[in-house]
Design a protein. Structure first.
Length: 283
């Protein structure tokens, strides 16, 4: 911007910038840059090496200051959570790499509030993942979940989508032929007035306690229903087993009785020679 009375901050980089993204509701931004000689003319199977840098406004100097640089990455896309703080670095559109890195930029937030942490020390890797052939990465409106997808509009290998939590734990994965697009349902604006929202934030613990009690009561009811259901199944099993045992006993007794009826009495005469004398008669 060249108009007057507009502050301008310049961050000089020697490398080529592949992606730039502001943190929503924050004072930070991230840059993906690269000095790889293959940049612009990547061949088959060649992965471009990149660096990811995070900057934050230093209010003391009123200038943007480098927080941290992550070197030797393959990431080429930055996706901030809608609420800020969490960011995903993704390798999109590559035929050989499909890495996902889940980062938290305020991991030691409590220490930062007390002024005990160093500049940029709150950046922490929460987890890594891989979604083969990923073409799109999108956070849900709440910032708690991330969706990655492989669209058939780009390629036809393992099309489908996966859903992760903000730490990089896979929750759902679906491979679907000719899958094309995944879109989160937009979250409608709140109907509460700003005064009511402030009141809820101030008394959030009380609301949380009430919701916890409702959840515990519902869980207790569910547990009671589950126990009753299991007891009913055990009773049905025992009844069925007793009936089968009784039928089996009747069948055995009937079989024994029929075998007794079929028995025949056989008398055997045995001749026993007690003594034998041979006499020779002479004429």
């Amino acid at each position: 911007m060249r108009e007057k009375d507009y502050p301008v901050e310049v961050v000089e980089l020697k490398d080529s910038v592949l992606d730039f993204s502001w943190e929503p509701k924050g004072e930070r931004f991230a840059i993906v840059s690269s000095s790889d000689p293959n940049l612009g003319n990547p061949g088959p199977g060649i992965t471009i090496k990149t660096d990811v840098s995070f900057y934050q406004l230093d209010r003391a100097k009123n200038d943007f200051r480098l927080l941290r640089t992550l070197p030797s990455r393959t990431s080429n896309a930055i996706r901030w959570s809608p609420r800020g703080r969490h960011v995903v670095l993704a390798t999109v559109g590559s035929s050989s790499k499909s890495e996902l890195e889940f980062w938290d930029l305020d991991f030691n937030l409590d220490e930062r509030k007390e002024g005990q942490s160093d500049w940029g020390s709150g950046i922490q890797l929460l987890g890594t993942a891989d979604h083969y052939g990923v073409t799109d990465v999108e956070w849900d409106p709440s910032g708690r979940y991330l969706a990655t997808s492989a669209s058939a509009w780009t390629h036809t290998l393992e099309n489908g989508y996966a859903i992760w939590d903000f730490r990089g734990q896979e929750l759902v994965k679906l491979i679907q032929d000719r899958f094309k697009q995944f879109i989160w349902r937009p979250r409608p604006p709140t109907l509460l007035l700003k005064e009511k929202q402030k009141h809820i934030r101030r008394n959030l613990r009380e609301y949380s306690r009430a919701f916890d009690e409702e959840d515990a009561a519902e869980e207790s009811n569910v547990s009671a229903e589950l126990i009753a259901h299991r007891q009913r199944l055990v009773l049905e099993w025992n009844t069925w087993r007793a009936e089968r045992k009784a039928e089996l006993g009747d069948q055995k007794s009937h079989k024994v009785q029929s075998q007794d009826e079929k028995k025949e009495e056989i008398e055997v005469w045995v001749d026993e020679v007690i003594e034998q004398i041979e006499e020779v008669v002479v004429d």
